[in-house]
Design a protein around this ligand. Structure first.
Ligand code: HH2
Length: 274
């Protein structure tokens, strides 16, 4: 196995990660992908628009979503992964069985929203494959995480958590240069927590690893428009949030509306580095 280059080289800043959900209940309303042909077609369209990688997920992590077992998750994602053979793919899973199969099918990044706390075998699977890894912060678990999120200082708590998970992952044999970190917008966080994290994202960049951010269509973006019951945000609000994140050091941006994000980030990039 040839060692993969550092994640910063493989996915230069800014890179857009396109989201393909093979789930019936994604919060963002794009769970069209139970029919697998459209999922694969959508992924190719995202690549054509400039996505650097496609994140394929078979289990919804929206607040209150029901967990699924490995068999069902694999049944959902395998055909999409097979249809994307040879393309840059990330698997959004916390399960070692799903990650193992996805890596066999060519996925190069494991996006684990539990930051290696969900399945004790996942770290070994990532290490053995020499795969890239995203470690994300979440307070609580998807079913209950939005009930009463609480922090004394959300930024320093998220930072300490990511530092500890990074140390754990490296201790488990995963090369630090293949790891990126994610504050987990919306995962056990109020709207105020999310915007505090976004405002002070630079403090997380101090951890020395590339930051992945997933703000796309998140409910906080709808809530600040005046609808306290909003469950999603618009593409326009998502792009604005992505730009704010980029200006504060974000490296990889996870997004549903890929063309909008690629074009906006290109402008921001040229402004920052003529
Ligand atoms: N957000 C979602 C899922 N996976 N992974 C990372 N690293 N960061 C995120 O912010 C993140 C994530 C939730 O969004 P979505 O995939 O659109 O919805 P669902 O989980 O319902 O499929």
């Amino acid at each position: 196995m040839t060692a993969r280059p550092p994640i910063e080289e493989r996915f230069p800043r800014p890179s857009v990660m396109g989201v393909v959900n093979a789930t019936p209940d994604s919060f963002s309303g794009d769970g069209l992908y139970l029919h697998l042909e459209p999922a694969t077609a959508e992924a190719y369209a995202m690549l054509d628009c400039g996505a650097a990688i496609i994140d394929v997920g078979g289990e919804s992590t929206r607040p209150g979503a029901a967990p699924v077992d490995s068999e069902e998750e694999l049944r959902r994602v395998e055909p999409v992964l097979a249809g994307l053979a040879g393309e840059p793919v990330s698997i959004d899973t916390s399960k070692s069985a799903v990650a193992r199969r996805a890596l066999e099918l060519g996925a190069e990044l494991v996006n684990d929203v539990t930051a290696l706390r969900g399945d004790p075998e996942l770290a070994g699977v990532v290490a053995d494959a020499g795969a890239y890894l995203c470690l994300m912060h979440m307070q609580g678990e998807p079913r209950t995480m939005q009930q009463a999120p609480r922090y004394d200082d959300v930024v320093s708590e998220v930072k300490a958590f990511l530092e500890e998970r990074l140390e754990f992952a490296v201790g488990a044999g995963i090369a630090e240069e293949r790891i990126c970190l994610d504050p987990g917008f919306g995962f056990g966080k109020t709207t105020d927590h999310n915007f505090e994290l976004l405002r002070r994202l630079g403090e997380l960049a101090d951890l020395g690893r590339p930051l992945l951010v997933g703000l796309s269509r998140k409910s906080s973006l709808g809530k600040i428009m005046g609808d306290p019951a909003a469950t999603t945000g618009t593409a326009t609000a998502s792009v604005a949030a992505a730009l704010a994140a980029y200006e504060r050091g974000a490296w990889i941006v996870r997004a549903h509306d890929v063309r909008d994000h690629v074009e906006a980030l290109r402008v921001a990039e040229v402004v920052a580095r003529p």
